[in-house]
Design a binder for this molecule. Structure first.
Ligand SMILES: Nc1nc2c(ncn2[C@@H]2O[C@H](COP(=O)(O)OP(=O)(O)OP(=O)(O)O)[C@@H](O)[C@H]2O)c(=O)[nH]1
Ligand SMILES: [Mg+2]
Length: 184
């Protein structure tokens, strides 16, 4: 069986959406920052649960700078979302709650919200060995609690730079999209 899914990357600007896509699709990393100026997609083929899965990953413009409301038509075709925040910016984490609500209003499948995974990126920039030095929203427990509260399927602390948890986040999202596809 072969399956095809559209995933969109959402989150504030500068949080690392493009870097996460680069890491996932091509195992690439760059320190240079070039703001994304228009939607663009790349795809990757995965073998999962005996099926060939084509993931079309849409990288969008950061939503705080150019925000005029999510493009409803564009988002309507998405079957999964990777919501990205920056672990060094509490604001970027808190803002995901609002994007989550908005996407739920646009996108639900048979009344069910589509799967959205929260990726709190740049975990390489904090000292994970000393959780007591962190803000609660930067800790594993804090992020998990925030994600539960706001209805995210799952949450991960990730690093596009050091390749931490990026493929796991996409794999778990894909598994969930397959389950919801097969349930139809
Ligand atoms: N330390 C660290 N820096 C990162 C990481 N991911 C991204 N960055 C840096 O953060 C900056 C922004 O990354 P982008 O991937 O362009 O962010 P974006 O969310 O796509 O930004 P917009 O397209 O403007 O919305 C760049 O300078 C990246 O090098 C990471 O995991 N760790
Ligand atoms: Mg970008």
């Amino acid at each position: 069986m072969s399956l095809s899914f559209k995933i969109i990357m959402l989150g504030n600007s500068n949080v690392g959406k493009t870097s996460i896509v680069g890491r996932f699709i091509g195992d690439r990393w760059s320190n240079d920052y070039k703001a994304t100026i228009g939607p663009d997609y790349q795809f990757k083929l995965l073998q999962m649960q005996g099926s060939e899965v084509r993931l079309e990953v849409w990288d969008l413009v950061g939503m705080d700078t150019s925000y005029k409301g999510l493009n409803r038509n564009f988002c309507r075709e998405a079957q999964g979302v990777i919501m990205v925040a920056d672990i060094t910016s509490m604001q970027s984490i808190e803002d995901t709650a609002q994007w989550k609500q908005e996407i739920d209003d646009i996108l639900s499948k048979n009344g069910q919200p589509i799967p959205i995974i929260l990726c709190v990126n740049k975990v390489d920039m904090i000292d994970q060995s000393d959780e007591s030095s962190l803000d609660y929203l930067q800790t594993d427990n804090g992020i998990r609690e925030f994600a539960n509260q706001h209805g995210f399927l799952e949450s991960f602390r990730v690093s596009a730079k050091e390749d931490i948890n990026v493929s796991t986040a996409f794999a778990n999202l894909t598994r969930e999209m397959i389950i919801s596809e097969l349930a139809c």
